[in-house]
Design a protein around this ligand. Structure first.
Ligand code: GLU
Length: 303
Protein backbone atom coordinates (compact mmCIF):
# COMPACT_ATOMS: atom_id res chain seq x y z
CA UNK A 1 0.00 0.00 0.00
CA UNK A 2 1.27 3.50 -0.85
CA UNK A 3 0.77 5.06 2.56
CA UNK A 4 1.84 8.57 1.53
CA UNK A 5 -0.76 8.71 -1.26
CA UNK A 6 -3.32 7.30 1.13
CA UNK A 7 -2.73 10.13 3.63
CA UNK A 8 -2.85 12.72 0.85
CA UNK A 9 -6.14 11.29 -0.46
CA UNK A 10 -7.63 11.31 3.02
CA UNK A 11 -6.61 14.94 3.55
CA UNK A 12 -8.27 15.89 0.26
CA UNK A 13 -11.45 14.00 1.12
CA UNK A 14 -11.51 15.54 4.61
CA UNK A 15 -11.20 19.11 3.27
CA UNK A 16 -14.99 19.71 2.97
CA UNK A 17 -15.43 19.43 6.76
CA UNK A 18 -12.53 21.75 7.65
CA UNK A 19 -13.84 24.57 9.78
CA UNK A 20 -16.98 22.67 10.80
CA UNK A 21 -17.33 22.85 14.57
CA UNK A 22 -15.84 25.38 16.95
CA UNK A 23 -12.33 25.95 18.31
CA UNK A 24 -11.96 25.84 22.10
CA UNK A 25 -12.21 29.40 23.33
CA UNK A 26 -11.64 29.26 27.08
CA UNK A 27 -8.10 30.60 26.63
CA UNK A 28 -6.79 33.05 23.99
CA UNK A 29 -4.04 30.71 22.76
CA UNK A 30 -6.64 28.17 21.61
CA UNK A 31 -9.31 30.67 20.54
CA UNK A 32 -6.93 32.32 18.07
CA UNK A 33 -6.01 29.15 16.12
CA UNK A 34 -7.27 29.01 12.53
CA UNK A 35 -10.10 26.40 12.55
CA UNK A 36 -9.17 25.28 9.02
CA UNK A 37 -5.69 23.98 9.88
CA UNK A 38 -5.32 20.26 9.31
CA UNK A 39 -2.52 17.76 9.70
CA UNK A 40 -2.31 13.99 9.60
CA UNK A 41 0.70 11.81 10.46
CA UNK A 42 1.38 8.10 10.53
CA UNK A 43 4.35 6.55 12.33
CA UNK A 44 4.78 2.89 11.50
CA UNK A 45 6.39 0.09 13.44
CA UNK A 46 9.03 -0.33 10.74
CA UNK A 47 10.28 3.23 11.26
CA UNK A 48 8.47 5.25 8.59
CA UNK A 49 7.03 8.62 9.59
CA UNK A 50 4.72 10.06 6.97
CA UNK A 51 2.36 12.98 6.95
CA UNK A 52 0.34 15.53 5.09
CA UNK A 53 -0.88 19.10 5.58
CA UNK A 54 0.09 20.76 8.88
CA UNK A 55 1.59 17.58 10.29
CA UNK A 56 4.77 19.35 11.38
CA UNK A 57 3.07 22.35 13.01
CA UNK A 58 3.09 22.33 16.83
CA UNK A 59 -0.27 22.55 18.61
CA UNK A 60 -1.45 22.31 22.20
CA UNK A 61 -1.79 18.62 23.03
CA UNK A 62 -4.08 19.27 26.03
CA UNK A 63 -5.77 16.05 27.16
CA UNK A 64 -3.68 13.81 24.92
CA UNK A 65 -1.06 14.27 27.65
CA UNK A 66 -3.28 12.12 29.90
CA UNK A 67 -2.34 8.99 27.94
CA UNK A 68 1.33 9.52 28.65
CA UNK A 69 0.99 10.39 32.35
CA UNK A 70 -1.14 7.28 32.78
CA UNK A 71 1.49 5.16 31.04
CA UNK A 72 4.31 6.62 33.17
CA UNK A 73 2.44 5.94 36.41
CA UNK A 74 1.48 2.39 35.42
CA UNK A 75 5.08 1.76 34.40
CA UNK A 76 6.34 2.61 37.89
CA UNK A 77 3.41 1.71 40.06
CA UNK A 78 1.57 -1.13 38.36
CA UNK A 79 -1.97 -1.82 39.36
CA UNK A 80 -1.95 0.21 42.59
CA UNK A 81 -3.26 3.26 40.70
CA UNK A 82 -6.61 1.57 40.14
CA UNK A 83 -7.44 1.86 43.84
CA UNK A 84 -7.59 5.63 43.29
CA UNK A 85 -9.24 5.94 39.88
CA UNK A 86 -11.76 3.81 37.98
CA UNK A 87 -11.76 2.72 34.38
CA UNK A 88 -15.36 3.08 33.28
CA UNK A 89 -16.65 5.61 30.76
CA UNK A 90 -18.14 8.53 32.64
CA UNK A 91 -21.10 9.35 30.41
CA UNK A 92 -20.54 12.94 31.56
CA UNK A 93 -18.51 15.89 30.26
CA UNK A 94 -14.76 15.61 30.93
CA UNK A 95 -14.79 18.43 33.46
CA UNK A 96 -17.99 17.53 35.27
CA UNK A 97 -18.16 18.07 39.02
CA UNK A 98 -21.51 16.36 39.58
CA UNK A 99 -20.44 12.74 39.20
CA UNK A 100 -17.41 13.21 41.41
CA UNK A 101 -19.68 14.35 44.21
CA UNK A 102 -22.03 11.38 43.88
CA UNK A 103 -19.07 9.00 43.78
CA UNK A 104 -17.29 10.48 46.79
CA UNK A 105 -14.25 11.74 44.98
CA UNK A 106 -13.36 8.51 43.13
CA UNK A 107 -12.98 9.59 39.49
CA UNK A 108 -14.54 7.31 36.89
CA UNK A 109 -11.46 7.04 34.69
CA UNK A 110 -7.98 8.55 34.16
CA UNK A 111 -9.02 10.59 31.11
CA UNK A 112 -11.66 12.82 32.66
CA UNK A 113 -10.05 15.80 34.37
CA UNK A 114 -10.65 14.54 37.91
CA UNK A 115 -9.01 11.22 37.07
CA UNK A 116 -6.09 12.93 35.37
CA UNK A 117 -5.51 15.09 38.46
CA UNK A 118 -5.20 11.91 40.53
CA UNK A 119 -2.79 10.36 38.00
CA UNK A 120 -0.68 13.53 37.99
CA UNK A 121 -0.70 13.58 41.80
CA UNK A 122 0.71 10.05 41.74
CA UNK A 123 3.35 10.94 39.15
CA UNK A 124 4.48 13.84 41.37
CA UNK A 125 4.82 11.43 44.30
CA UNK A 126 6.82 9.01 42.18
CA UNK A 127 9.02 11.43 40.24
CA UNK A 128 8.94 14.87 41.84
CA UNK A 129 8.33 17.09 38.84
CA UNK A 130 5.59 15.44 36.77
CA UNK A 131 5.72 17.71 33.72
CA UNK A 132 9.53 17.52 33.44
CA UNK A 133 9.26 13.74 33.59
CA UNK A 134 6.57 13.77 30.93
CA UNK A 135 8.42 16.11 28.56
CA UNK A 136 11.61 14.10 28.85
CA UNK A 137 9.72 10.88 28.07
CA UNK A 138 8.08 12.48 25.00
CA UNK A 139 11.43 13.80 23.77
CA UNK A 140 13.09 10.43 24.31
CA UNK A 141 10.45 8.74 22.18
CA UNK A 142 9.94 11.40 19.49
CA UNK A 143 13.37 13.05 19.35
CA UNK A 144 14.98 15.93 21.24
CA UNK A 145 12.93 19.11 21.03
CA UNK A 146 9.73 17.32 19.99
CA UNK A 147 7.86 18.47 23.12
CA UNK A 148 7.98 21.52 25.38
CA UNK A 149 5.67 23.23 27.82
CA UNK A 150 4.28 26.42 26.23
CA UNK A 151 4.59 28.73 29.23
CA UNK A 152 2.09 31.29 27.89
CA UNK A 153 -0.55 28.58 27.47
CA UNK A 154 0.22 27.22 30.94
CA UNK A 155 -0.26 30.69 32.45
CA UNK A 156 -3.64 31.04 30.70
CA UNK A 157 -4.68 27.56 31.82
CA UNK A 158 -3.92 28.55 35.40
CA UNK A 159 -5.72 31.88 35.10
CA UNK A 160 -8.87 30.31 33.65
CA UNK A 161 -8.63 27.01 35.53
CA UNK A 162 -11.42 27.58 38.05
CA UNK A 163 -13.23 24.36 37.26
CA UNK A 164 -10.06 22.26 37.46
CA UNK A 165 -9.25 23.98 40.76
CA UNK A 166 -12.72 23.08 42.01
CA UNK A 167 -12.20 19.45 40.99
CA UNK A 168 -8.80 19.34 42.71
CA UNK A 169 -10.10 20.87 45.93
CA UNK A 170 -13.04 18.49 45.88
CA UNK A 171 -10.66 15.54 45.46
CA UNK A 172 -8.57 16.88 48.34
CA UNK A 173 -11.66 17.20 50.53
CA UNK A 174 -12.08 13.43 50.08
CA UNK A 175 -8.38 12.85 50.83
CA UNK A 176 -7.83 11.67 47.27
CA UNK A 177 -4.73 13.80 46.67
CA UNK A 178 -1.40 13.29 48.43
CA UNK A 179 0.39 16.44 47.24
CA UNK A 180 -0.73 20.06 47.79
CA UNK A 181 -3.60 21.10 45.53
CA UNK A 182 -1.61 23.95 43.98
CA UNK A 183 1.30 21.65 43.14
CA UNK A 184 -1.01 19.17 41.44
CA UNK A 185 -2.84 21.89 39.54
CA UNK A 186 0.37 23.47 38.28
CA UNK A 187 1.65 20.12 37.02
CA UNK A 188 -1.70 19.43 35.36
CA UNK A 189 -1.79 22.84 33.64
CA UNK A 190 1.79 22.32 32.45
CA UNK A 191 1.05 18.91 30.96
CA UNK A 192 -2.03 20.28 29.13
CA UNK A 193 0.14 23.07 27.72
CA UNK A 194 2.70 20.85 26.03
CA UNK A 195 3.13 21.76 22.37
CA UNK A 196 3.86 19.01 19.85
CA UNK A 197 3.27 18.19 16.20
CA UNK A 198 1.26 15.32 14.71
CA UNK A 199 4.59 13.85 13.65
CA UNK A 200 6.01 13.95 17.18
CA UNK A 201 2.89 12.64 18.88
CA UNK A 202 2.59 9.70 16.49
CA UNK A 203 6.21 8.75 17.19
CA UNK A 204 5.89 9.28 20.94
CA UNK A 205 2.98 6.84 21.21
CA UNK A 206 4.56 3.98 19.23
CA UNK A 207 5.22 2.07 22.46
CA UNK A 208 1.46 1.54 22.71
CA UNK A 209 1.37 -0.10 19.27
CA UNK A 210 4.49 -2.09 20.15
CA UNK A 211 3.23 -3.85 23.30
CA UNK A 212 5.13 -1.53 25.66
CA UNK A 213 8.53 -1.42 23.92
CA UNK A 214 10.11 2.04 23.70
CA UNK A 215 11.99 3.61 20.79
CA UNK A 216 15.35 2.49 22.23
CA UNK A 217 14.16 -1.11 22.52
CA UNK A 218 13.78 -1.07 26.31
CA UNK A 219 10.46 -1.97 27.86
CA UNK A 220 8.30 0.74 29.47
CA UNK A 221 5.83 -1.76 30.81
CA UNK A 222 4.40 -5.20 30.12
CA UNK A 223 2.36 -6.27 27.13
CA UNK A 224 -0.66 -6.43 29.45
CA UNK A 225 -0.17 -2.84 30.63
CA UNK A 226 -0.01 -1.67 27.01
CA UNK A 227 -3.22 -3.55 26.29
CA UNK A 228 -4.83 -1.92 29.32
CA UNK A 229 -3.91 1.64 28.33
CA UNK A 230 -5.22 0.96 24.82
CA UNK A 231 -8.43 -0.47 26.27
CA UNK A 232 -9.04 2.58 28.44
CA UNK A 233 -8.37 4.78 25.40
CA UNK A 234 -10.96 2.84 23.41
CA UNK A 235 -13.64 3.07 26.10
CA UNK A 236 -12.88 6.51 27.60
CA UNK A 237 -10.46 8.38 25.32
CA UNK A 238 -12.75 10.55 23.23
CA UNK A 239 -14.86 12.32 25.84
CA UNK A 240 -18.52 11.55 26.03
CA UNK A 241 -18.48 10.26 22.45
CA UNK A 242 -16.19 7.24 22.91
CA UNK A 243 -18.96 4.92 21.69
CA UNK A 244 -19.40 6.90 18.50
CA UNK A 245 -15.63 7.08 17.95
CA UNK A 246 -15.29 3.30 18.42
CA UNK A 247 -18.18 2.81 16.00
CA UNK A 248 -16.72 5.06 13.34
CA UNK A 249 -12.98 4.45 13.72
CA UNK A 250 -12.56 1.17 15.61
CA UNK A 251 -9.25 2.11 17.26
CA UNK A 252 -8.10 3.18 20.74
CA UNK A 253 -7.99 6.97 20.56
CA UNK A 254 -7.39 10.04 22.68
CA UNK A 255 -8.36 13.57 21.82
CA UNK A 256 -7.62 16.97 23.30
CA UNK A 257 -9.40 20.32 23.10
CA UNK A 258 -6.48 21.68 21.06
CA UNK A 259 -7.91 19.58 18.21
CA UNK A 260 -5.39 16.74 18.35
CA UNK A 261 -6.49 13.14 18.00
CA UNK A 262 -4.17 10.20 18.55
CA UNK A 263 -5.09 6.65 17.52
CA UNK A 264 -3.21 3.40 18.04
CA UNK A 265 -2.97 0.73 15.34
CA UNK A 266 -1.67 -2.23 17.37
CA UNK A 267 1.37 -3.89 15.80
CA UNK A 268 1.21 -1.45 12.86
CA UNK A 269 1.77 2.10 14.08
CA UNK A 270 0.17 5.30 15.34
CA UNK A 271 -1.95 7.94 13.62
CA UNK A 272 -2.23 11.51 14.78
CA UNK A 273 -4.62 14.04 13.27
CA UNK A 274 -4.99 17.72 14.10
CA UNK A 275 -7.95 19.91 13.24
CA UNK A 276 -8.72 22.63 15.82
CA UNK A 277 -12.48 22.90 15.20
CA UNK A 278 -14.29 20.63 17.68
CA UNK A 279 -17.68 18.94 17.75
CA UNK A 280 -20.04 19.42 20.71
CA UNK A 281 -18.23 16.68 22.69
CA UNK A 282 -14.77 18.22 22.25
CA UNK A 283 -13.43 15.94 19.50
CA UNK A 284 -11.84 17.31 16.33
CA UNK A 285 -14.42 17.15 13.51
CA UNK A 286 -11.76 16.81 10.82
CA UNK A 287 -9.67 14.44 12.94
CA UNK A 288 -12.49 11.95 13.44
CA UNK A 289 -13.44 12.23 9.77
CA UNK A 290 -9.85 11.51 8.66
CA UNK A 291 -9.39 8.54 10.99
CA UNK A 292 -12.77 7.12 9.97
CA UNK A 293 -11.65 7.32 6.35
CA UNK A 294 -8.26 5.75 7.19
CA UNK A 295 -9.67 2.63 8.86
CA UNK A 296 -12.41 2.30 6.23
CA UNK A 297 -9.87 2.38 3.40
CA UNK A 298 -7.25 0.14 5.02
CA UNK A 299 -9.36 -2.18 7.18
CA UNK A 300 -6.73 -1.59 9.88
CA UNK A 301 -8.97 -1.37 12.93
CA UNK A 302 -8.81 -3.57 16.01
CA UNK A 303 -12.06 -5.29 14.95
N1 GLU B 1 -6.84 22.14 29.74
C1 GLU B 1 -8.10 21.52 29.49
C2 GLU B 1 -8.83 21.32 30.79
O1 GLU B 1 -8.25 20.84 31.71
C3 GLU B 1 -7.89 20.20 28.81
C4 GLU B 1 -9.16 19.66 28.34
C5 GLU B 1 -9.03 18.63 27.28
O2 GLU B 1 -8.22 18.70 26.37
O3 GLU B 1 -9.85 17.71 27.38
O4 GLU B 1 -9.97 21.62 30.92
Amino acid sequence: MDLQSLLTDIARETAPVLGEGKVADYIPALASVDPRRFGLALATMDGQVLGTGDWQTPFSIQSISKVFTLALVLARDGEALWDRVGREPSGNPFNSLVQLEYEKGLPRNPFINAGALVVTDRLISLRGNASTELVSFLNAEAGAGAAHVDEAVAASEAEKGHRNAALAHFLASHNRLVNPVDTVLQAYFDQCSIAMTCEGLAQAALFLANHGLRADGTRLFSRSEAKRVNSVMLTCGTYDAAGDFAYRVGLPGKSGVGGGLLAILPERGVLCAWGPALDSHGNSVAGVEALDRFTTKTGWSVF
